[in-house]
Design a protein around this ligand. Structure first.
Ligand code: SF4
Ligand code: SF4
Length: 472
């Protein structure tokens, strides 16, 4: 059964044909969603067909309810490290595509990777996503070394990256096993589009043109020992409704065959990219409107309530704030999408600077980490750099066993507060620190169990006195 195509294109498009739910069907689906046990493919197909503004509001309200119940006001922060932009593929929408001759190609040396890591650490980051184009220079052995150097880097305050996720091209079971041995967190790979017909048009050559090899990469990752995997598509290549149904199918396949669905789903929306046929907004194939984007983030939140939703700096700050309300649980912040971008210095709001050194796409959020965190505090959100589960071995099916009955909340909120306090002590600007400490003070009062409250206060106090890396 394994390594077979589990996407039935005709069935999925068929489910979207004239399938608008009646009022009572919509209410039934949303009431079911409020039980926090997820939705099935047919429910999701109906929600995707909703166009009426008032009905979309009902979906958004339900998503907000699920988000608040499961994640509260926590939001996990991370940043990518692009280790290389050399690529043998020719994806039509990507600035790193082989045919983009104007791009300066670079594959970072291990010393350069260490420098990039140090720059992230000096901002206050603790979670990194290693990412690169597909090329023989970025092979599994290179990535093993890159992971080791990233974990080994230590800044002046003694901080290290505590969790590395990787976003890499599909590989063999043997290569996945090599990555697994290096203690990576989540393996992320976007299918880009699950529509096999459209897939061919967007991926005309190179190893990525093999739809089935990419579709089954998570199966090989599991066989290589990696049971935390992250899915995603590039929204805007095809009908977004089909892609959401396909993500549901992929999650079902993983649950049925490996006992655990995806740890995360990423929501990148197509952006113009220099050196591609899509360098201008008007040339993008199927742009997803803000209204539809909010709707699909909300639908995945209620359909897969325990799966993390990731939003990148492609989105503008205002849009990211909204998506956080309706479902996003992780955001990247202060990102550079070109290899060596952090070390190159001051983060630039000048797009041309990014293009010269080879950015993958256009950014929508240029704020520093401190600015992002300051805005989060103003909105009552708790910035989290927590990596507790990976350190305690709560991953894969073990993680889902805790997450599904809602027990994980017991760990997440205190752990978020501990890492937030570390950030405030070590890296925050004076203004951010002052208002952050005030927020922590208020949050401490929200624990109803006295013993837990005491433990949280105790750990926060220890962090204030200089202890680090405390977690439940
Ligand atoms: Fe290469 Fe990935 Fe860009 Fe495709 S999307 S050209 S595989 S870097
Ligand atoms: Fe994530 Fe586990 Fe930390 Fe919660 S406790 S934020 S699930 S690592």
């Amino acid at each position: 059964m394994r390594h077979q195509n589990f996407i039935d294109r005709d069935k999925l498009y068929g489910l979207l044909d004239n399938n608008v739910p009646t009022e009572s069907e919509l209410n039934d689906i949303l009431n079911k969603a409020r039980k926090l046990k997820g939705l099935n493919l047919e429910d999701v197909a109906k929600l995707l067909c909703v166009e009426d503004e008032a009905d979309i509001e009902k979906i958004l309200d339900t998503a907000k309810y699920c988000k608040d119940e499961i994640y509260g006001k926590r939001l996990v922060l991370f940043a990518p490290i692009y280790t290389g932009n050399a690529c043998v593929n020719n994806c039509v929408y990507c600035g790193f595509r082989r045919d983009n001759r104007s791009l300066m190609r670079k594959v970072l040396t291990m010393d350069e990777i260490e420098q990039e890591t140090l720059q992230l650490l000096r901002m206050g980051h603790k979670r990194a996503l290693l990412i690169c184009g597909e090329s023989p220079r970025n092979n599994a052995d290179y990535m093993v070394e890159a992971i080791r150097r990233t974990y080994a880097a230590k800044d002046e305050k003694g901080s290290t990256i505590r969790r590395i996720n990787v976003e890499l091209a599909p590989m063999s079971v043997e290569d996945f096993a090599k990555l697994h041995a290096e203690k990576i967190g989540t393996y992320v790979c976007f299918q880009e589009t699950y529509d096999p017909v459209e897939y061919k048009k967007f991926h005309p050559s190179g190893p990525k043109s093999d739809y089935l090899y990419r579709l089954t990469c998570m199966d090989r990752a599991q066989e290589g020992g990696i049971n935390d995997v992250g899915l995603g598509v590039l929204f805007g290549l095809t009908d977004y409704r089909f892609e959401i149904l396909a993500i549901m199918e992929h999650a079902r396949h993983l649950e049925e065959d490996y006992g655990c669905g995806p740890h995360t789903v990423s929501f990148p929306r197509i952006e113009p990219a220099e050196g591609t046929p899509f360098s201008l907004p008007e040339n993008l194939p199927h742009p997803v409107s803000d209204k539809d984007f909010r709707k699909i983030v909300a639908i995945i939140r209620i359909a897969m309530p325990y799966t993390g939703i990731i939003i990148s700096t492609r989105e503008r700050p205002e849009m990211r704030d909204e998506l956080v309300r309706y479902g996003a649980s992780q955001i990247s912040a202060a990102s550079e999408t070109n290899p060596g971008g952090y070390e190159e210095g001051e983060r630039s709001i000048d797009e041309s600077a990014h293009q010269k050194t080879g950015a993958q796409f256009t950014l929508g959020d240029h704020r520093s980490l401190d600015e992002v965190i300051s805005a989060m505090i103003d909105g009552g959100y708790i910035p989290s750099f927590c990596t507790g589960c990976y350190r305690k071995g709560r991953v894969g099916a073990d993680f889902m066993d805790l997450a599904k009955p809602g027990l994980i909340k017991e760990f997440c909120k205190p752990n978020a507060m501990f890492t937030f306090r570390e950030y405030l002590e070590d890296y925050a600007s004076p203004t951010t620190k002052a208002k952050g400490l005030e927020l922590l003070q208020q949050l401490t009062q929200t624990f109803s169990k006295e013993d837990l409250k005491r433990k949280v206060e105790g750990n926060l106090c220890k962090i204030g006195e200089g202890e680090r890396d405390l977690y439940f």
